[in-house]
Design a binder for this molecule. Structure first.
Ligand code: NAP
Length: 276
């Protein structure tokens, strides 16, 4: 009796940039383990296929789709493909995000535009394409007689959208911050239509995406030093991982969160609550 039984989830950024468990890969696998049929979407078809292979070996139902989600046409094709293959869309999990640490005065206009398009415009585009499909779903009546469950949107933001994390990456921080009012707007527009929208703000997580962009910033090119430095920054003494984000996403995707919308769920081991 999975928490996402009979649901169809689009997981955008379902691959992983390197070996191990990224946030999107863990979410796609966990959603499938909880009964969702998953469309695993990634710009890199091999990364999507790797995640799909794990789901299939687990006995789950999965299809892959290759798309650059900063492109409106490809995003519309993604939702069409989901409807064609599975007949509906219940969950939209927006995980795509890229980071390019650089002092503000060294950020090129091209990089600003690219990161805004990949991190922020993509989430607007996927919501714009998927919300009408969710609105076509029937309400479900929960055990208390409430009309719920036409759809759930989960947008992956970051604590760097609300706090300085020690690394200059203005493009990343600005886009991650802007995901919050985007999510809030959708939540309020759709609150009485049975569609919920929430954001997750991961803190410092040990996932493959941090290795290349951050190893020079923290560790002079040494990955182990970078990991030690980030672990030491966390009040827990260690970073979180992709599964911590995936479990928060599962909660928000499921009926356990039936009355949760417009929320900003921090998953950061307490780092954003800390003064120094
Ligand atoms: P990941 O390993 O980089 O996986 C994301 C996937 O998205 C990659 O396979 C990537 O492909 C793909 N992708 C990149 N650009 C895309 C595009 N335009 N269209 C479609 N797919 C695209 O990262 P993750 O671990 O799953 O998690 C990333 C999310 O967590 C981001 O939103 C990030 O900001 C957020 N986050 C992470 C941390 C952390 O410390 N790790 C903290 C806070 C928030 P390529 O590899 O080919 O680029």
């Amino acid at each position: 009796m999975g928490k996402l039984r009979d649901r169809v989830a689009i997981v955008v950024g379902a691959g992983s940039v390197g070996p191990g468990w990224g946030n999107g890969k863990a979410a796609a696998v966990l959603f499938a383990r909880e009964g969702a049929r998953v469309l695993a979407v990634d710009i890199d078809p091999e990364a999507a296929a790797e995640t799909a292979g794990i789901i299939a070996r687990d006995g789950g139902t999965v299809e892959t789709f290759a798309a650059d989600v900063s492109d409106a046409g490809q995003v519309e094709a993604m939702v069409d493909a989901c409807l064609e293959r599975f007949g509906r869309v219940d969950v939209l999990h927006n995980n795509v995000g890229i980071v390019a640490p650089r002092p503000t005065v060294e950020v090129s206009e091209a990089d600003w535009d690219r990161i805004c398009a990949v991190n922020l415009k993509s989430m607007f585009l996927t919501c714009r394409a998927a919300l009408p499909a969710m609105e076509r779903n029937e309400f479900r009546i929960d055990p208390d007689g409430r009309r719920i469950g036409r759809g759930a949107v989960i947008n992956i933001s970051s604590v760097s959208g609300i706090r300085w994390t020690g690394v200059p990456y203005v493009t990343y921080s600005v886009t991650k911050g802007a995901i919050l009012p985007l999510t809030r707007s959708i939540a309020l527009e759709y609150a009485d239509r049975g569609i919920r929208a929430n954001a997750i703000l991961p803190g410092l997580m040990n996932t493959p995406m941090i290795v290349e962009p951050l190893k020079d910033v923290y560790g002079g090119g040494d990955v182990d030093r970078m990991i030690d430095a980030r672990d030491a920054q966390c009040p827990t003494g260690y970073m979180g991982d992709g599964w911590d984000v995936a479990h928060a996403a599962l909660f928000l995707a499921s009926d356990d969160a039936r009355y949760v919308t417009g929320a900003e769920l921090v998953v950061d081991g307490g780092i954003s609550a800390k003064l120094v």
